[in-house]
Design a protein around this ligand. Structure first.
Ligand code: HEC
Length: 137
């Protein structure tokens, strides 16, 4: 938290204490919110799992799991990193697009396409707890 934000948070707390109108803070949430967010997240992970195991509908029917059985060897924790297939430092979704265009011989997806987000959610969930090592090969 930088100093400016800290001062702002303190003055909001002070305003609340003296009983003036208390603005809703962005980070207020309860257990019901946490449960809902987890459910939303897991629904996207499950969608990604289906896509990864043959659900993409690409004409050549090649699926991600033929080369990356349970997504463990997709190493999301090493991104961003230099990938020689693309010749520059790329984000995880760009590497997925490389696989979509090459082995799967299908269209690449926009960065905010729900399918691309779901694939990333599944891949990353499979590697949960693995230490972040951006740039590693
Ligand atoms: C025919 C085999 C094949 C298929 C099918 C395939 N990939 Fe790949 N994938 C590769 C190869 C080859 C690489 C590059 C190897 C490397 O750089 O580690 C790679 C790399 C990756 C990486 C980066 C791995 C790393 O360690 O940096 C991700 C993420 C990935 N693929 C996701 C996918 C997804 C998602 C699909 C399905 C849409 C898919 N791949 C389908 C062969 C495949």
């Amino acid at each position: 938290m930088n100093l400016k934000i800290k001062i702002r948070a303190t003055s909001i707390a002070a305003i609340c204490l003296v009983g003036l109108s208390c603005p809703v803070l962005a980070d207020e949430f309860d257990n019901a919110d946490l449960e809902r967010w987890q459910m939303e997240y897991m629904a996207v992970v499950e969608e990604g799992e289906k896509l990864f195991h043959g659900g993409l509908g690409n004409p050549n029917t090649v699926s991600c799991d033929q080369c990356h059985p349970n997504a463990a060897n997709t190493h999301p924790e090493t991104y961003p990193k230099f990938q020689q297939q693309l010749g520059r430092v790329v984000a995880l979704w760009e590497m997925i697009n490389w696989c979509l265009q090459n082995p799967l011989e299908t269209e690449m997806l926009a960065a905010d396409d729900p399918k691309l987000i779901a694939l990333q959610a599944y891949i990353t969930e499979e590697r949960k707890g693995v230490e972040l090592e951006p740039g590693k090969h």
